[in-house]
Design a protein around this ligand. Sequence first.
Ligand code: HPA
Ligand code: ZN
Length: 365
Amino acid sequence: MCKTPLHEFLAELPKCEHHLHLEGCLSPSLLFTLAAKNDISLPSADEDATYASPETLSERYSHFTNLDDFLQYYYRGIQVLVHQEDFEMLAWEYFTTAKRDGVHHAEVFFDPQSHTERGVSFDMVVEGFNAARARAEKELGITSQLIMCFLRHMPVQSAAETMASAVAGGHFDIKEGSKERAIIGLGLDSSEVGFRPELFVDQFHEGKERGLRRTAHAGEEGDPSYISGALDTLHTERIDHGIRLVEDPELLGRVVDNKVLLTVCPLSNVCLQAVKHVSEVPIKTFLEAGVMFSINSDDPAYFGGYILNNYCAVQEAFDLSMDEWKTVARNSIHGSWVGERRKTELLASLDACMKKHAGRSSVST
Ligand code: HPA
Ligand code: ZN
């Protein structure tokens, strides 16, 4: 909860989330619960004292030094996820919190290689996540899509095998009746610098041929050439993070002209020390230049906040007007990978929210 006069409006604003790692929703308490349930041993106090309790782990999460420092905890945590019900529970926790925060539509990432390399079946992971997605649509009215990410620190051969597993499992097939694919698109995540997007050109080319949507993390820690590399060689339609775009005005112009959506994650950027404070995230620059972006939570269990906390942090730092928030919400809807019918519904919810809160001012009186 923020102290700005727009808090109630921000809470009710219909949100689309486009940058959320389901594995990044594993809270320290769920991590300890699942470790006990699945008989997974956590590092001993000698190896890493941070695993003494959920509280010590939470405390460690409050001072990551960079992306790789975070990722070592993220991958270690993932190991407690073993059974289909674990994946379903994790995703359900996300959807219930997302509902509380006003999310109407979510496009969520998962990292298949982080499970298959431990012998956990690809198909089972997808089944678990999809069970939660179906329940979220039925019980919470949240529509969603699933995006599988390749881990860029792993050999390209592993990404090729992951692509083959998804094909063999029929996860890219358009299911009769639902007209939907279990997995709608491809993403690229993990350590950025030194693992250029160009490495994964074959997988993204195949994805394009198969009609999959495409996005990649770029410009989080990497310089703007990682962004142009993703756009030019992987033909991504979005860029995840992308905050370093401001360092290349010409590229920024291209992103505007081509209506590429950036999925910005302000609290993540602070936690991983890409910026010192939310006010350094180029929110105003992007708004003024006409860059389309959405605001997202990335790995909320690690970065101290779900999507509404991110909206509030932006409001505290930039004091945006209601019209500027309308632009953010509208661009988030237009940049979503959903059909026109759902977009029309989302736009109608946005209009209703704007009407309900009309007259509210960002300035307290
Ligand atoms: N960046 C890169 N890889 C990731 C992230 C991130 O923010 N979260 C989970 N995997
Ligand atoms: Zn991310």
